[in-house]
Write a protein that binds this ligand. Structure first.
Ligand SMILES: [Zn+2]
Length: 189
């Protein structure tokens, strides 16, 4: 799809830019999300959600606020923060779809564990692209490709890598798949 290609190129540009800005925020492999949010002037809060499927949200008022579901595990919370930062970086670096999406939703982006994609309306397509973009940026800052490559070269397995990056094993294996490392091969090598 053409739209997807244009957005992917834009997302890649944003990831390249962000990568150089956040190099100082890693403790070895683990991105210090608290310090990064503080540096960016983003308030980071935990909230009680009645709906367990709510991962968190990004709001934009005088400044940005990220709220994460306090009942979730630490790796899950970290992934949510990185995902919300993905929305933030997209909006702040000129992604039109991200900006429009934020405005259309009254300056609130709320994220769910399960995204219902059964309805293929135009709004859902935009929603899907915006979420995909945030996921790509989020995964790239939590598990930068160069760092993943170096750990693969050191023959670490998925659980070991997941601990280094502070992510879940499923997020780790998905990242390896995206970067064209075969998770099974990595696991058993
Ligand atoms: Zn999102």
């Amino acid at each position: 799809m053409k739209m997807q290609k244009i957005i992917d190129r834009e997302t890649k540009r944003i990831i390249e830019k962000v990568r150089s800005e956040i190099l100082g925020f890693y403790n070895l492999y683990r991105l210090d999300l608290d310090s990064l949010c503080r540096h960016l002037g983003i308030s980071l809060l935990e909230g009680e959600y009645e709906d367990e499927n709510v991962s968190g949200a990004l709001t934009k008022n005088d400044g940005y606020t990220i709220v994460i579901n306090s009942n979730h595990s630490l790796p899950r919370k970290r992934f949510t923060i990185a995902h919300e930062l993905g929305h933030y970086y997209a909006i702040e670096n000129g992604s039109e779809i991200a900006k429009e999406f934020m405005e259309q939703n009254g300056n609130l982006i709320k994220d769910y564990l399960v995204v219902n994609r059964s309805d293929k309306s135009e709004i859902d397509e935009n929603n899907y692209q915006v979420e995909r973009q945030a996921n790509m940026i989020g995964a790239s800052i939590l598990m930068p490709d160069e760092m993943v490559k170096s750990l693969v070269n050191e023959n670490l397995d998925i659980p070991e890598m997941a601990i280094k990056f502070g992510v879940s094993e499923s997020a780790m294996s998905y990242r390896l798949k995206i970067l064209n490392f075969d998770p099974m091969e990595t696991l058993y090598s």
